[in-house]
Design a protein around this ligand. Sequence first.
Ligand SMILES: Cc1ncc(COP(=O)(O)O)c(C=O)c1O
Length: 321
Amino acid sequence: MFNNTHFPRAKKFWYMGKLYEWNHPNVHVMSHALHYGTSVFEGIRAYSTNRGPAVFRLPEHVDRFFHSASTLYMEVPYSKEEITEAIKLVIRENKLESAYIRPLLFYSFGNLGLVPKFSPVELTIGVWDWGAYLGEKTEKGARVYITPWKRVHHSQLKMTAKLGGVYVQSAICGIEARSQGYDEAVFLNLEGNIAEGPGENIFIIKEGVLITNDKTESVLEGITRESVLEMAKDLSLETHVGPITKEDFFQADEIFFSGTAVEIAPIILVADGSNPQEDKKEYTIGSGKAGDITKKLAKAFNDAVRGNIKEYEKWLSYVYD
Ligand SMILES: Cc1ncc(COP(=O)(O)O)c(C=O)c1O
């Protein structure tokens, strides 16, 4: 029933302190989170290095997981240290060299009133061998669609938290972008500026300056984003954090997505579908191919996560240490 077709090489998952075979069902269909999106999650990657698999920026991901949990008033049933160890254990048990790691905290079975008074918080961790989120577009560049739906605003929900329910908007707009013939969606925020992708941050490059926005623009300030900003400075690139208007976006020399799932993926075409009353208009970005600075940063990122750059080894947690 629960095969691993779309979870390559997943054999076991961790659930409340125990490991289960992948096809083992153990959550009741009346669980609170299934009905109301009352869950929080993390997306983390481990990469193959010459010292075995290493998790990229694990403490930062675990800290954000707890931040998300507190936003949803969850009492986390495990400590940060226990969760860190459980993540490494699941990777070892699945014998993976590289992995996508998905920890999830959710209000489980108890009651179905909106307030989960009698629903315990439960934790599960899954790992599998997940390739780049946008597949071949990671090299070639993605064609994106600005959706008419504005990103949930930071005055409505804490957008620095990874709340399951917020990803309903991501799912809807991801489906919509693909149904319009594009590879991924891009959200504007309520101010009309560029916010983020459904699960990605956005960088633009103009005249050699790397620009990205921050949480005041209703985005999740990603851990990859922060790593890219640090690597860019080390490469002597000028960086700037501030709002990105639609015009800045269309006139950028280069654009790319950053995120754990997507890694670093160039954007080569933007379709503006933000006003459903008007025909959508397409803009080619730069030469219509992945730009040089994007490629340089992608290379630095790919080397850093695999332990090939000494100064960024501080970001790696080795699974077998
Ligand atoms: C909405 C959203 N924005 C941005 C990101 C990028 O964050 P990170 O680099 O920490 O994966 C993610 C992924 O976690 C996300 O879901």
